[in-house]
Write a protein that binds this ligand. Structure first.
Ligand SMILES: Cc1cc2nc3c(=O)[nH]c(=O)nc-3n(C[C@H](O)[C@H](O)[C@H](O)COP(=O)(O)O)c2cc1C
Length: 338
């Protein structure tokens, strides 16, 4: 199967998603339920476009050695600095072909087999987290369950599932308060104070990742709460219209907390070249979310492997062409914003 064939196979199966050749937020606009973004729908588009303005500084006057794309995070070594991002309520957003159980049962083991790990999503239906953590457990703990910022009682139930799963890290999409379908619901979910977050982090059996950080100030608060890592993310534009792109805020956030906590980033990262751009701007690793849904719908486990190794090969190519033999060799000087 080629990537083109994967996209063709996905087309027509994904509800309101068109499985576009370039997943840049333009065709889906503000379609929610669906894969779109909130309000004007322009934040997902801006995320994608911002990476394209970061251009790579080619320099092949260096030793010709094979490049190494492996990365160690949370005590685990991964083949690439890439994670599949969390996507919850797949049937709601992409039609009935896969519910969360079926989706995670393909995505999580396929990512593990490809040498990376998947973050799994959460939703108002408690079964979403049950299915996600079961899939992570079945994959020997190679996955990162992502809980919504629920109230303490609901979080305690989810934390028990997380502990059982044997996962190596736990994430919370702290920005989920902005999701239209999460507002005014029982159980309640919403923003947290540093003190509230500190208690949640302390109760986590594994390193805690705060997803949905868009300012240096918020990154510092996540650090104060004891998080091991953050994901610079605007939830793909789904929680607040009018946000900057993640590529636009990443350097300042890295400057604020980089070196002391791991900084991951997502939003519009579609190719290995984009992964290189993110690492050059200071990220330790990236999450790619929507294209993995397309990979599952279009090619199942084979699609996940194909897309993952496509990203890895493109990253390796960019590294060789810019003179980085390892991820640690990737520097800000290897890119420029034009
Ligand atoms: C349909 C859909 C469902 C999502 N569900 C979750 C979720 O349950 N938890 C979460 O943290 N992020 C969720 N996200 C956000 C993604 O993880 C990611 O932050 C965002 O889509 C940006 O990455 P991308 O541009 O690569 O898709 C969801 C995104 C989409 C499109």
């Amino acid at each position: 199967m080629t990537y083109r064939e994967l996209l063709q196979a996905a087309q027509g199966k994904m509800g309101p998603c068109h499985a576009c050749p370039v997943c840049n937020g333009r065709a889906c606009g503000n379609t929610i339920p669906g894969p779109g973004a909130k309000g004007s729908g322009d934040v997902a588009i801006r995320n994608y476009d911002a990476w394209q303005r970061v251009r790579l500084h080619m320099d092949t006057l260096h030793e010709n050695v094979p490049v190494a794309t492996s990365c160690t995070l949370f005590g685990k070594t991964f083949r690439y600095p890439i994670f599949a991002g969390p996507v919850g309520a797949t049937a709601l957003h992409y039609g009935p072909l896969y519910d969360d159980m079926a989706y995670n049962n393909i995505l999580v083991p396929a990512c593990a087999a490809a040498g990376i790990a998947a973050f799994t999503g959460d939703g108002t239906n408690p079964q979403v987290m049950v299915a996600a953590t079961a899939a992570v457990q079945a994959a020997g703990g190679m996955g990162v369950p992502t809980v919504k910022p629920w109230d303490p009682a609901t979080l305690a139930q989810k934390m028990a599932l997380v502990a059982q799963s044997g996962c190596f890290a736990l994430a919370m999409d702290i920005d989920a308060a902005g999701l239209p379908f999460l507002q005014n619901l029982t159980p309640p979910a919403g923003s947290k104070t540093v003190a509230e977050l500190r208690e949640i982090v302390a109760a986590s059996p594994v390193p805690f990742v705060v997803k949905g950080i868009m300012t240096p100030a918020a990154a510092l608060k996540a650090e104060q709460a004891g998080a091991a890592a953050i994901v610079v993310s605007n939830h793909g534009g789904r929680v607040l219209d009018g946000c900057p792109a993640t590529a636009e805020v990443l350097p300042a956030i890295v400057q604020a907390v980089g070196g002391r906590m791991k900084v991951l980033v997502d939003g519009g990262i579609r190719t290995g070249t984009d992964v290189f751009r993110a690492l050059a701007l200071g990220a330790d690793a990236v999450l790619v979310a929507r294209p993995y849904v397309t990979a599952v719908y279009g090619g199942g486990a084979e699609g996940v492997a194909l897309y993952t190794h496509k990203l890895g090969a493109e990253l390796a190519d960019a590294m060789a062409m810019c003179g980085a033999a390892t991820l640690a060799d990737i520097t800000p000087a290897m890119v420029g914003v034009y």
